[in-house]
Design a protein around this ligand. Structure first.
Ligand SMILES: [Zn+2]
Length: 145
């Protein structure tokens, strides 16, 4: 498992769900980031992901989470569901391709992710909600219910 693989399977998931997303221009292993990884959007279409050197390769599913922030930004910038949405992206990427320790613990560790609860932890339901535009956070504020 490497960064390119995670990136490709995450982009595939976005495309399968017809989600708008920003592309990650650069992955920087950066000692300034002590824990985990961090998405930084740099334009309307792109961003950078900083990854702490302390992140083990077995935990690179975190990159799918950060790419999820890029998709969330491309869809709706200022919504409180960003974290839950990014968790859902990681969960479904891992379910299909990785199944790390994070994935195995996710159902007990993530209790407040309204996105995963909303789609019942089921990718097909998540996809249907994306395709049918049922997630309010994917709509402009003027079109929300
Ligand atoms: Zn996050």
């Amino acid at each position: 498992m490497d960064i390119g693989f995670i990136k490709n399977v995450t982009y595939s998931l976005f495309e399968e769900c017809k989600l708008k997303y920003k592309k990650c221009n650069q992955f920087l292993i950066d000692e300034a980031h002590e824990n985990g990884a961090l998405w930084v959007g740099i334009s309307d279409t792109a961003g950078i992901i900083f990854i702490s050197p302390s992140v083990p390769i077995s935990d690179y599913g975190c990159i799918a989470h950060e790419l999820g922030h890029g998709a969330h930004e491309a869809s709706r910038i200022d919504d409180k569901k960003g974290e839950g949405f990014a968790d859902a992206i990681r969960y479904f990427v891992e379910e299909k391709h990785i199944k790390s320790d994070w994935f195995n613990k996710a159902k007990s560790a993530i209790k407040d992710s309204s996105v995963l609860v909303e789609c019942e932890w089921d990718f097909l339901v998540f996809k249907e909600m994306c395709l049918s535009d049922k997630f309010n956070f994917l709509k402009p504020i003027s079109q929300r219910l």
